[in-house]
Design a protein around this ligand. Structure first.
Ligand code: FCB
Length: 444
Protein backbone atom coordinates (compact mmCIF):
# COMPACT_ATOMS: atom_id res chain seq x y z
CA UNK A 1 0.00 0.00 0.00
CA UNK A 2 1.42 3.45 -0.90
CA UNK A 3 2.05 5.92 1.88
CA UNK A 4 -0.79 8.14 3.03
CA UNK A 5 -0.43 11.23 5.21
CA UNK A 6 -2.88 13.22 7.30
CA UNK A 7 -1.49 16.71 6.68
CA UNK A 8 -2.05 19.77 8.86
CA UNK A 9 -2.26 23.42 7.77
CA UNK A 10 0.96 25.38 7.39
CA UNK A 11 1.98 27.10 10.63
CA UNK A 12 0.22 24.57 12.85
CA UNK A 13 1.70 24.65 16.36
CA UNK A 14 3.21 21.39 17.57
CA UNK A 15 4.45 21.48 21.12
CA UNK A 16 4.51 20.02 24.57
CA UNK A 17 3.10 21.48 27.79
CA UNK A 18 4.58 21.65 31.29
CA UNK A 19 3.78 23.50 34.53
CA UNK A 20 6.10 25.24 36.98
CA UNK A 21 5.44 23.24 40.12
CA UNK A 22 5.62 19.96 38.24
CA UNK A 23 9.03 20.58 36.68
CA UNK A 24 10.92 23.32 38.53
CA UNK A 25 11.63 21.70 41.88
CA UNK A 26 11.87 23.29 45.31
CA UNK A 27 8.86 25.52 45.01
CA UNK A 28 8.87 25.77 48.78
CA UNK A 29 6.77 28.92 49.04
CA UNK A 30 3.45 27.70 47.64
CA UNK A 31 0.38 25.80 48.83
CA UNK A 32 1.35 22.57 47.05
CA UNK A 33 4.71 22.28 48.79
CA UNK A 34 2.87 22.67 52.06
CA UNK A 35 0.27 20.08 50.98
CA UNK A 36 2.97 17.57 50.00
CA UNK A 37 4.41 17.88 53.48
CA UNK A 38 1.16 16.83 55.13
CA UNK A 39 0.81 13.11 55.77
CA UNK A 40 -1.60 11.22 53.55
CA UNK A 41 -2.00 13.89 50.88
CA UNK A 42 0.15 12.42 48.11
CA UNK A 43 0.20 8.77 47.04
CA UNK A 44 2.98 6.91 48.84
CA UNK A 45 3.98 10.13 50.60
CA UNK A 46 5.87 11.23 47.49
CA UNK A 47 7.02 14.83 47.07
CA UNK A 48 7.98 17.10 44.22
CA UNK A 49 11.45 17.83 45.72
CA UNK A 50 13.76 18.66 42.79
CA UNK A 51 11.06 17.66 40.27
CA UNK A 52 12.78 17.91 36.85
CA UNK A 53 15.27 20.39 38.28
CA UNK A 54 14.32 23.14 35.86
CA UNK A 55 15.02 25.77 38.49
CA UNK A 56 18.47 24.25 38.84
CA UNK A 57 18.99 24.83 35.11
CA UNK A 58 17.83 21.65 33.40
CA UNK A 59 15.10 23.51 31.50
CA UNK A 60 17.79 24.23 28.93
CA UNK A 61 18.56 20.62 28.12
CA UNK A 62 14.84 19.81 28.02
CA UNK A 63 14.24 22.68 25.59
CA UNK A 64 17.05 21.17 23.48
CA UNK A 65 15.08 17.94 23.48
CA UNK A 66 11.93 19.79 22.38
CA UNK A 67 13.85 21.56 19.61
CA UNK A 68 15.54 18.39 18.40
CA UNK A 69 12.13 16.75 18.46
CA UNK A 70 10.91 19.24 15.84
CA UNK A 71 8.56 21.08 18.19
CA UNK A 72 7.75 24.66 17.17
CA UNK A 73 5.88 25.67 20.36
CA UNK A 74 6.10 25.10 24.10
CA UNK A 75 3.64 25.87 26.86
CA UNK A 76 5.04 26.39 30.35
CA UNK A 77 3.91 28.25 33.44
CA UNK A 78 5.47 30.87 35.67
CA UNK A 79 5.34 30.39 39.43
CA UNK A 80 3.57 33.22 41.24
CA UNK A 81 5.24 32.39 44.58
CA UNK A 82 8.68 32.87 43.03
CA UNK A 83 7.86 36.14 41.30
CA UNK A 84 6.02 37.61 44.29
CA UNK A 85 7.31 35.78 47.37
CA UNK A 86 5.51 38.17 49.72
CA UNK A 87 2.78 40.72 48.94
CA UNK A 88 5.24 43.59 49.02
CA UNK A 89 8.21 42.07 47.18
CA UNK A 90 8.98 41.22 43.56
CA UNK A 91 11.85 38.88 42.82
CA UNK A 92 13.43 40.40 39.73
CA UNK A 93 15.89 37.51 39.42
CA UNK A 94 13.02 35.03 39.06
CA UNK A 95 11.50 37.18 36.33
CA UNK A 96 14.88 37.37 34.64
CA UNK A 97 15.15 33.60 34.66
CA UNK A 98 11.78 33.27 32.94
CA UNK A 99 12.84 35.97 30.46
CA UNK A 100 15.92 33.93 29.65
CA UNK A 101 13.85 30.79 29.12
CA UNK A 102 11.69 32.73 26.70
CA UNK A 103 14.66 34.13 24.81
CA UNK A 104 16.10 30.64 24.42
CA UNK A 105 12.79 29.27 23.15
CA UNK A 106 12.45 32.09 20.64
CA UNK A 107 16.01 31.61 19.47
CA UNK A 108 15.19 28.01 18.71
CA UNK A 109 12.07 29.01 16.81
CA UNK A 110 9.85 27.54 19.49
CA UNK A 111 6.85 29.78 20.06
CA UNK A 112 6.28 30.21 23.79
CA UNK A 113 2.89 30.11 25.42
CA UNK A 114 2.92 31.19 29.07
CA UNK A 115 0.40 30.10 31.68
CA UNK A 116 0.07 32.54 34.58
CA UNK A 117 -1.69 30.27 37.05
CA UNK A 118 -1.31 26.50 36.99
CA UNK A 119 -2.86 25.20 40.24
CA UNK A 120 -0.37 26.73 42.72
CA UNK A 121 -0.80 29.80 44.94
CA UNK A 122 1.83 31.59 47.03
CA UNK A 123 1.53 30.77 50.72
CA UNK A 124 0.62 34.36 51.52
CA UNK A 125 -2.40 34.00 49.21
CA UNK A 126 -3.42 30.79 50.99
CA UNK A 127 -3.13 32.61 54.30
CA UNK A 128 -5.73 35.16 53.27
CA UNK A 129 -8.15 32.41 52.19
CA UNK A 130 -6.96 31.65 48.66
CA UNK A 131 -9.51 32.09 45.91
CA UNK A 132 -12.35 31.95 48.43
CA UNK A 133 -11.38 35.54 49.15
CA UNK A 134 -12.56 37.99 46.45
CA UNK A 135 -9.54 40.12 47.35
CA UNK A 136 -7.34 37.62 45.52
CA UNK A 137 -8.61 38.92 42.18
CA UNK A 138 -6.79 42.24 42.68
CA UNK A 139 -3.64 40.47 43.86
CA UNK A 140 -3.70 38.21 40.83
CA UNK A 141 -4.18 41.16 38.51
CA UNK A 142 -1.20 42.91 40.07
CA UNK A 143 0.97 39.85 39.64
CA UNK A 144 -0.17 39.48 36.04
CA UNK A 145 0.63 43.14 35.26
CA UNK A 146 4.11 42.85 36.71
CA UNK A 147 4.83 39.58 34.89
CA UNK A 148 3.50 40.69 31.53
CA UNK A 149 5.43 43.98 31.72
CA UNK A 150 8.60 41.99 32.39
CA UNK A 151 8.13 39.31 29.73
CA UNK A 152 6.18 41.02 26.96
CA UNK A 153 9.16 41.37 24.63
CA UNK A 154 9.41 37.61 24.28
CA UNK A 155 5.88 36.25 24.51
CA UNK A 156 2.44 37.26 23.31
CA UNK A 157 0.44 34.04 23.70
CA UNK A 158 -0.92 33.91 27.26
CA UNK A 159 -3.02 31.44 29.18
CA UNK A 160 -4.43 33.12 32.28
CA UNK A 161 -5.56 30.14 34.35
CA UNK A 162 -5.10 26.44 33.79
CA UNK A 163 -8.15 24.25 34.35
CA UNK A 164 -10.01 26.46 36.82
CA UNK A 165 -12.69 23.74 36.78
CA UNK A 166 -10.32 20.97 37.90
CA UNK A 167 -8.60 23.21 40.44
CA UNK A 168 -11.96 24.05 42.02
CA UNK A 169 -13.41 20.56 41.79
CA UNK A 170 -10.39 18.86 43.31
CA UNK A 171 -9.80 21.56 45.93
CA UNK A 172 -13.41 22.08 47.02
CA UNK A 173 -15.49 19.05 46.02
CA UNK A 174 -13.35 15.89 46.09
CA UNK A 175 -10.75 17.39 48.44
CA UNK A 176 -7.81 15.83 46.57
CA UNK A 177 -6.08 19.20 46.05
CA UNK A 178 -5.39 21.87 48.64
CA UNK A 179 -7.19 23.15 50.62
CA UNK A 180 -8.90 19.72 50.70
CA UNK A 181 -12.43 20.98 51.31
CA UNK A 182 -15.72 19.37 50.27
CA UNK A 183 -18.17 22.21 50.05
CA UNK A 184 -20.13 22.97 46.89
CA UNK A 185 -21.07 26.46 48.03
CA UNK A 186 -17.43 27.38 48.51
CA UNK A 187 -16.59 25.73 45.18
CA UNK A 188 -19.01 28.08 43.44
CA UNK A 189 -17.49 31.07 45.20
CA UNK A 190 -13.96 30.01 44.21
CA UNK A 191 -14.94 29.39 40.61
CA UNK A 192 -16.61 32.81 40.40
CA UNK A 193 -13.48 34.47 41.77
CA UNK A 194 -11.38 32.62 39.24
CA UNK A 195 -13.65 33.88 36.47
CA UNK A 196 -13.14 37.41 37.85
CA UNK A 197 -9.39 36.84 38.06
CA UNK A 198 -9.30 35.65 34.46
CA UNK A 199 -11.33 38.64 33.25
CA UNK A 200 -9.11 41.10 35.12
CA UNK A 201 -5.99 39.41 33.72
CA UNK A 202 -7.41 39.43 30.19
CA UNK A 203 -8.00 43.17 30.33
CA UNK A 204 -4.68 43.94 32.00
CA UNK A 205 -2.70 41.95 29.43
CA UNK A 206 -4.42 43.68 26.53
CA UNK A 207 -3.76 47.09 28.07
CA UNK A 208 -0.06 46.33 28.33
CA UNK A 209 0.25 44.38 25.08
CA UNK A 210 -2.55 45.13 22.62
CA UNK A 211 -1.41 42.43 20.19
CA UNK A 212 -1.49 39.68 22.82
CA UNK A 213 -3.63 36.59 22.38
CA UNK A 214 -5.17 35.66 25.69
CA UNK A 215 -7.29 32.73 26.79
CA UNK A 216 -7.52 30.09 29.50
CA UNK A 217 -7.25 26.30 29.43
CA UNK A 218 -10.46 24.38 30.04
CA UNK A 219 -10.37 20.74 31.06
CA UNK A 220 -13.12 19.42 28.81
CA UNK A 221 -14.60 16.05 29.55
CA UNK A 222 -17.06 14.47 27.13
CA UNK A 223 -19.49 12.20 28.93
CA UNK A 224 -21.52 9.18 27.80
CA UNK A 225 -24.69 8.18 29.57
CA UNK A 226 -24.13 4.58 30.74
CA UNK A 227 -27.58 3.03 30.18
CA UNK A 228 -29.35 4.64 27.28
CA UNK A 229 -32.94 4.51 28.52
CA UNK A 230 -32.24 5.11 32.18
CA UNK A 231 -33.55 8.51 33.29
CA UNK A 232 -31.42 8.58 36.43
CA UNK A 233 -28.31 7.95 34.33
CA UNK A 234 -29.43 10.77 32.09
CA UNK A 235 -29.70 13.11 35.04
CA UNK A 236 -26.39 11.93 36.50
CA UNK A 237 -24.62 12.47 33.16
CA UNK A 238 -26.05 15.97 32.90
CA UNK A 239 -24.92 16.87 36.39
CA UNK A 240 -21.47 15.49 35.75
CA UNK A 241 -21.13 17.11 32.33
CA UNK A 242 -22.35 20.53 33.42
CA UNK A 243 -20.58 20.41 36.75
CA UNK A 244 -17.22 19.79 35.14
CA UNK A 245 -17.44 21.56 31.84
CA UNK A 246 -19.83 24.44 31.78
CA UNK A 247 -19.36 26.98 34.59
CA UNK A 248 -16.37 28.82 33.17
CA UNK A 249 -17.41 28.76 29.49
CA UNK A 250 -20.90 29.99 30.34
CA UNK A 251 -19.44 32.99 32.18
CA UNK A 252 -17.16 33.84 29.28
CA UNK A 253 -19.90 33.61 26.66
CA UNK A 254 -22.72 35.34 28.53
CA UNK A 255 -21.34 37.09 31.61
CA UNK A 256 -23.42 34.76 33.77
CA UNK A 257 -21.66 31.82 35.38
CA UNK A 258 -24.01 28.84 35.56
CA UNK A 259 -22.69 26.42 38.13
CA UNK A 260 -24.81 23.49 39.25
CA UNK A 261 -25.51 25.28 42.52
CA UNK A 262 -26.50 28.73 41.23
CA UNK A 263 -26.08 31.52 38.68
CA UNK A 264 -23.56 34.26 39.34
CA UNK A 265 -23.54 37.47 37.31
CA UNK A 266 -20.01 38.44 36.22
CA UNK A 267 -20.65 40.79 33.31
CA UNK A 268 -17.01 41.85 32.99
CA UNK A 269 -16.11 38.28 31.95
CA UNK A 270 -18.16 38.33 28.77
CA UNK A 271 -16.03 37.90 25.66
CA UNK A 272 -12.69 37.77 27.48
CA UNK A 273 -10.93 35.25 25.26
CA UNK A 274 -9.02 35.39 21.99
CA UNK A 275 -8.82 31.61 21.70
CA UNK A 276 -10.09 28.63 23.64
CA UNK A 277 -7.52 26.31 25.21
CA UNK A 278 -8.80 22.75 25.46
CA UNK A 279 -7.24 20.10 27.67
CA UNK A 280 -8.60 16.72 26.68
CA UNK A 281 -7.61 13.36 28.16
CA UNK A 282 -10.53 10.88 28.14
CA UNK A 283 -14.26 10.47 27.66
CA UNK A 284 -16.03 9.00 30.71
CA UNK A 285 -19.17 6.93 31.06
CA UNK A 286 -21.49 8.13 33.78
CA UNK A 287 -24.19 6.30 35.71
CA UNK A 288 -26.39 7.11 38.65
CA UNK A 289 -25.02 5.56 41.83
CA UNK A 290 -26.69 5.92 45.22
CA UNK A 291 -23.42 5.04 46.93
CA UNK A 292 -21.62 8.11 45.58
CA UNK A 293 -23.18 11.10 47.34
CA UNK A 294 -19.76 12.83 47.29
CA UNK A 295 -19.88 12.74 43.49
CA UNK A 296 -23.48 13.98 43.50
CA UNK A 297 -24.61 10.42 42.73
CA UNK A 298 -23.04 10.57 39.30
CA UNK A 299 -20.33 7.96 39.04
CA UNK A 300 -17.80 8.34 36.22
CA UNK A 301 -15.93 5.27 35.02
CA UNK A 302 -14.47 3.47 32.03
CA UNK A 303 -16.45 0.45 30.83
CA UNK A 304 -14.90 -2.98 30.65
CA UNK A 305 -12.76 -3.51 27.60
CA UNK A 306 -11.56 0.13 27.50
CA UNK A 307 -8.02 0.77 26.29
CA UNK A 308 -6.74 1.84 29.72
CA UNK A 309 -3.62 3.63 30.92
CA UNK A 310 -1.26 2.13 33.49
CA UNK A 311 -3.36 2.67 36.60
CA UNK A 312 -6.70 3.07 34.79
CA UNK A 313 -6.72 6.84 35.39
CA UNK A 314 -7.30 7.54 31.69
CA UNK A 315 -8.66 5.61 28.75
CA UNK A 316 -7.76 5.96 25.11
CA UNK A 317 -10.94 7.44 23.62
CA UNK A 318 -9.72 9.47 20.64
CA UNK A 319 -13.12 10.52 19.23
CA UNK A 320 -13.48 12.46 22.46
CA UNK A 321 -10.94 14.96 21.14
CA UNK A 322 -12.98 15.41 17.97
CA UNK A 323 -16.12 15.86 20.09
CA UNK A 324 -14.34 18.38 22.30
CA UNK A 325 -13.42 20.49 19.28
CA UNK A 326 -16.93 20.12 17.87
CA UNK A 327 -18.39 21.39 21.14
CA UNK A 328 -15.97 24.34 21.14
CA UNK A 329 -16.83 25.29 17.56
CA UNK A 330 -20.55 25.22 18.32
CA UNK A 331 -20.17 27.15 21.55
CA UNK A 332 -17.83 29.79 20.15
CA UNK A 333 -18.21 29.97 16.37
CA UNK A 334 -15.08 31.32 14.71
CA UNK A 335 -12.94 31.36 17.85
CA UNK A 336 -9.46 29.84 17.38
CA UNK A 337 -8.93 26.64 19.34
CA UNK A 338 -5.68 25.34 20.75
CA UNK A 339 -5.33 21.89 22.25
CA UNK A 340 -3.38 22.99 25.32
CA UNK A 341 -3.00 19.48 26.79
CA UNK A 342 -3.52 15.88 25.70
CA UNK A 343 -1.66 12.79 26.79
CA UNK A 344 -1.66 9.58 28.78
CA UNK A 345 0.32 8.11 31.65
CA UNK A 346 2.30 5.04 30.68
CA UNK A 347 5.74 4.17 32.02
CA UNK A 348 6.63 1.50 29.46
CA UNK A 349 5.13 3.45 26.55
CA UNK A 350 3.00 0.57 25.29
CA UNK A 351 -0.17 2.63 24.86
CA UNK A 352 1.18 6.14 24.17
CA UNK A 353 2.17 5.75 20.49
CA UNK A 354 -1.31 4.63 19.52
CA UNK A 355 -2.90 7.20 21.82
CA UNK A 356 -0.93 9.93 20.05
CA UNK A 357 -1.59 8.62 16.54
CA UNK A 358 -5.31 8.14 17.11
CA UNK A 359 -5.76 11.56 18.72
CA UNK A 360 -3.82 13.33 15.97
CA UNK A 361 -5.96 11.60 13.42
CA UNK A 362 -9.13 12.83 15.14
CA UNK A 363 -7.67 16.31 15.25
CA UNK A 364 -6.99 16.07 11.53
CA UNK A 365 -10.65 15.19 11.00
CA UNK A 366 -11.59 18.34 12.91
CA UNK A 367 -9.18 20.47 10.87
CA UNK A 368 -10.72 19.06 7.70
CA UNK A 369 -14.10 20.45 8.68
CA UNK A 370 -12.29 23.77 8.50
CA UNK A 371 -12.63 24.15 12.23
CA UNK A 372 -10.06 26.70 13.44
CA UNK A 373 -7.71 24.44 15.40
CA UNK A 374 -4.35 26.20 15.57
CA UNK A 375 -2.13 23.88 17.57
CA UNK A 376 -1.58 20.83 19.72
CA UNK A 377 0.47 20.60 22.93
CA UNK A 378 1.23 17.12 24.18
CA UNK A 379 1.30 16.59 27.93
CA UNK A 380 4.16 16.27 28.60
CA UNK A 381 7.76 16.75 27.46
CA UNK A 382 9.31 14.81 30.32
CA UNK A 383 7.86 12.84 33.28
CA UNK A 384 7.00 15.26 36.06
CA UNK A 385 5.35 15.54 39.45
CA UNK A 386 1.69 14.59 38.98
CA UNK A 387 0.04 16.41 41.88
CA UNK A 388 -1.67 14.12 44.40
CA UNK A 389 -0.60 11.15 42.25
CA UNK A 390 3.04 12.05 42.81
CA UNK A 391 5.50 10.16 40.63
CA UNK A 392 3.20 7.17 40.13
CA UNK A 393 2.01 8.52 36.78
CA UNK A 394 4.42 8.97 33.88
CA UNK A 395 3.17 11.31 31.18
CA UNK A 396 6.50 12.18 29.51
CA UNK A 397 7.67 11.66 25.97
CA UNK A 398 10.92 11.33 27.89
CA UNK A 399 11.26 9.18 30.96
CA UNK A 400 12.77 10.79 34.06
CA UNK A 401 14.45 9.24 37.03
CA UNK A 402 13.85 12.03 39.55
CA UNK A 403 16.66 10.79 41.82
CA UNK A 404 19.46 10.80 39.25
CA UNK A 405 17.78 13.28 36.87
CA UNK A 406 18.65 10.93 34.00
CA UNK A 407 16.30 11.27 31.03
CA UNK A 408 15.63 8.37 28.67
CA UNK A 409 13.85 8.78 25.37
CA UNK A 410 10.65 6.81 24.89
CA UNK A 411 9.64 5.63 21.39
CA UNK A 412 6.74 8.12 21.57
CA UNK A 413 9.26 10.97 21.52
CA UNK A 414 10.48 9.75 18.11
CA UNK A 415 6.94 9.32 16.81
CA UNK A 416 6.00 12.81 17.96
CA UNK A 417 9.17 14.24 16.41
CA UNK A 418 8.26 12.67 13.06
CA UNK A 419 4.75 14.15 13.32
CA UNK A 420 6.12 17.62 14.13
CA UNK A 421 8.65 17.49 11.31
CA UNK A 422 6.15 16.21 8.76
CA UNK A 423 3.39 18.54 10.01
CA UNK A 424 1.23 15.47 9.78
CA UNK A 425 0.84 11.80 10.54
CA UNK A 426 1.74 9.20 7.91
CA UNK A 427 0.87 5.56 7.43
CA UNK A 428 4.59 4.89 7.55
CA UNK A 429 4.75 6.28 11.13
CA UNK A 430 1.77 4.23 12.24
CA UNK A 431 3.30 1.07 10.77
CA UNK A 432 6.56 1.83 12.55
CA UNK A 433 5.34 2.90 16.02
CA UNK A 434 1.91 1.35 16.52
CA UNK A 435 1.37 -1.38 13.92
CA UNK A 436 -1.48 -2.79 16.01
CA UNK A 437 -3.80 -0.01 14.78
CA UNK A 438 -2.57 0.10 11.18
CA UNK A 439 -5.49 -1.81 9.68
CA UNK A 440 -8.06 0.21 11.56
CA UNK A 441 -6.44 3.51 10.55
CA UNK A 442 -5.67 2.68 6.96
CA UNK A 443 -8.14 0.04 5.81
CA UNK A 444 -7.24 -1.33 2.38
C1 FCB B 1 -4.07 18.13 33.85
C2 FCB B 1 -3.17 19.19 34.48
C3 FCB B 1 -1.70 18.95 34.26
C4 FCB B 1 -1.34 17.48 34.37
C5 FCB B 1 -2.25 16.65 33.53
C6 FCB B 1 -1.93 15.16 33.53
O1 FCB B 1 -5.29 18.11 34.49
O2 FCB B 1 -3.48 20.44 33.95
O3 FCB B 1 -0.98 19.73 35.17
O4 FCB B 1 -1.36 17.09 35.70
O5 FCB B 1 -3.57 16.82 33.95
Amino acid sequence: MPDATFHFPRGFLWGTATAAHQVEGNNTNNNWWDWENQPGRIIKGQRSLNACDWWGGRWKEDFDRAAEGGQNAHRFSVEWSRIQPTPDRWDESALEKYAEMLRVLNKRNILPMVTLHHFTDPLWITEIGGWENPGVVKHFEKFVRKTVEALKDSVSLWCTINEPNVNTLEGYVTGHFPPGKTNIKLATQVMANMVRGHAAAYKAIHEIQPTARVGYALHYRPVKQARRWNLLDKLASKIHYHGINMAFPSAISTGVMRSIAKKVHIPEAKGTQDYLGLNFYSTFHVKFDLHKPGELFSHAYFPEGSDLSDGGFNANTPEGLFNAVKWAVRTYPGLPIIITENGIECADDHIRPRYIAQHIRQLWRAVNYNWPVKGYFHWSLVDNFEWERGWTQRFGLWELDPKTQVRTKRPSADLYAEICEENGLSSHMVRKYCPEIFEEMFPE
